[in-house]
Ligand binder design. Structure first.
Ligand code: TPP
Ligand code: MG
Length: 580
């Protein structure tokens, strides 16, 4: 049997690790890799138009399936285009192997045509970024890259000069195991005991949940029930904890709503569960804080820390809950649940007046209708910008729906490319990209990828002809908005010209039928909804701090606006409060 090339062995190993497709754009230096993919029946090449979309798609597929995924770019500019999507994947802990093809090995260091240094460039957005300089480094380098991406959750980059990729390996890889199972991190006994003791010492405990509570819904509920603790969440925790949760007090942060902020400040023990929530001004500094995180480096980096526990949230709570004394005083919990319902009651009445006749169309109305009409197991991908606000407030999670965005990296243009990666592994599932017009137009070329592969993704463009989130930030900072508007663009016409189904809506009475039309279409479709750029009112109280710097990020301001079905949930949670 002929020897394998480096590229063939790499592709084989990716297949063995469960990778089903490589997103990318071909190029000379990548030819040995693309050719190995072409000849393998178990993996396909997904031909995108911009490598950034490839990285976003790979990151999204990994976040939806939990499996390793891959993307690739040719030497120099080709792989450089991956970088923003890789930052997003890495910061979302999505296991992705990126193949960065490189210039011919003998020319490295000579300022050769297209020369960059990917092993340096990708350092910061990966756990592992190494160059394969000789075939003798295989299979170890690929093994390390794969296992690191899976085991540590994030990106590995393999830099591969085109000539080395095509070289024969000196030896065939004897069948060796790849460790493709992630770890379970159990906390230490001493840490568990101490956390249980702190819970017993506290009178009022509040939980604040991030993505680390994924797969720990039951454990969080069991703990909250025993400690009578209100449960708030950060945006990344929403899809995992906001449903079937009688302790829900909403979300804290810039886009927050409800009583999460109060519950976190009025408790005497705050437990941060699997969250790297970044905004210090929203975190209290005068209550005890315990934090549970699988990443030791996350403990205490955002707030004071009275006790840090390194461990899975699920494992930690399984160990802690049986050791805490059941609390009997519900006053704090009930007060927070009531407060939560009251706050929501007020914002709802402020926003819902006559919204069905409001022109331009109110984006919150569109989001509310979307929540109604979308499938129970829909995947939503959400653009950075105001779409984050609409998703945070109007999408109702249920344990089956998914909702991913660029929540940690905060990049624009993520939603549509992420939808590509969310759709490919399950073509029958409803995938909806909630896109801003700014975000959509930024990587619009890859709308053609939906058409190319017949991906039935539904793109919902909130078309306010502006970079509205920044508009708002400028206003809050006391600056006149500048460079935030665009000429009106008919994205539905662009969709139709690309060969997809496209519908444009300008009248609020057509929102529901337009959405149904697009959701029911059997193929790629785009709904272009012309929305009001001035959708949110600015809270009257503006603090000195908001006048400088990145206004929204440093403020304690909670944007005013509606909250959709959250109000029903809050009301029904109130009904479960026992009557005295
Ligand atoms: C790649 C990138 N560029 C710029 C920004 C700064 N930024 C954040 S939100 C935003 C506006 C987004 O506009 P659009 O997609 O139209 O959404 P809207 O807020 O109008 O709903 C900008 C420019 C960013 N986060 N990412
Ligand atoms: Mg916009």
């Amino acid at each position: 049997m002929a020897n394998q090339t480096v590229a063939e062995q790499l592709v084989d190993m990716l297949v063995q690790a469960g990778v089903e497709r490589i997103y990318g754009v071909v190029g000379d230096s990548l030819n040995p890799v693309t050719d190995a993919v072409r000849r393998s029946p178990k993996i396909e090449w997904v031909q995108v138009r911009h490598e950034e979309a490839a990285a976003f798609a790979a990151g999204a597929e990994a976040q939806i399936t939990g499996k390793l995924t891959a993307c690739a770019g040719s030497c120099g500019p080709g792989n450089l285009h991956l970088i923003n999507g890789l930052y997003d994947a890495h910061r979302s802990s999505a296991p992705v192997v990126a193949i960065a093809a490189h210039i011919p090995s003998e020319d490295i260091g000579t300022s050769y045509f297209q020369e960059t240094h990917p092993d340096r460039l990708f350092q910061e957005c990966s756990h592992y970024a190494e160059m394969i300089q000789t075939p003798d480094q295989m299979p170890q380098t690929a093994q390390i890259a794969i296992q690191t991406a899976i085991g540590r959750g994030g990106v590995s980059v393999l830099v591969l000069p085109g000539d080395v990729a095509g070289m024969d390996l000196p030896r065939r890889r004897t069948e060796m195991a790849l460790a493709t199972g992630g770890p379970t991190v159990r906390p230490g006994e001493v840490e568990v005991e101490r956390l249980a003791a702190m819970v017993d010492e506290a009178e009022r405990v509040t939980l604040f949940c991030g993505r680390g509570v994924a797969d720990a819904h039951d454990e969080v509920m069991a703990f909250a029930e025993k400690a009578l603790a209100p449960v708030g969440h950060a945006l990344r925790g929403k899809e995992w904890i906001q449903y079937d949760n009688p302790f829900d007090v909403g979300m804290s942060g810039l886009l927050g709503y409800g009583a999460a902020y109060e519950a976190m400040h009025e408790c005497d023990l705050l437990i941060l569960l699997g969250t790297d929530f970044p905004y210090r001004p929203f975190l209290p500094d005068n209550v005890r804080i315990a934090q549970v995180d699988i990443r030791p480096e996350a403990l205490g980096r955002r707030s004071r820390l009275d006790h840090g526990v390194c461990g899975d949230v699920r494992e930690t709570l399984r160990a802690v809950t049986p050791r805490v004394r059941r609390k009997t005083d519900r006053r704090f919990l009930d007060r927070m649940l009531r407060k939560h319902a009251d706050v929501l009651e007020n914002v709802v009445s402020a926003y819902t007046t006559d919204v069905e006749h409001h022109k331009p169309i109110h984006p919150e109305y569109v989001a509310a209708v979307l929540d109604d009409e979308a499938a129970d197991d829909a995947i939503f991908t959400v653009d950075t910008g105001m779409c984050n606000v609409w998703a945070a407030r109007y999408l109702s999670p249920n344990g089956r729906r998914r909702m991913i965005g660029s929540y940690t990296h905060g990049s624009m243009a993520n939603a549509m490319p992420q939808a590509i990666g969310a759709q490919l592994p399950s073509m029958a599932r409803q995938v909806i990209a909630m896109a801003g017009d700014g975000g959509f137009s930024m990587l619009m070329g890859d709308f053609l990828t939906l058409v190319h592969y017949g991906l039935p993704v539904k793109v919902l463009v909130f078309n306010n002809s502006s970079l509205s989130m920044v508009d708002l930030e400028m206003l809050v900072a006391g600056l006149p908005p500048h460079a935030t508007t665009y000429p009106d663009t008919d994205y539905a016409a662009i969709a139709r010209a690309s060969g997809a189904h496209g519908v444009r809506i300008e009248d609020p009475r057509d929102v529901r039928s337009g959405l149904r039309d697009v959701l029911d279409h059997d193929g790629p479709a785009l709904l272009d909804v012309v929305t009001d750029p001035n959708a949110l009112s600015i809270p009257p109280r503006i603090t000195g701090q908001q006048l400088t710097g990145f206004a929204l990020a440093t403020s304690k301001m909670v944007l005013q606006g509606g909250v959709g079905r959250m109000i029903q949930i809050a009301r029904s949670n109130l009904r479960s409060i026992p009557r005295p």
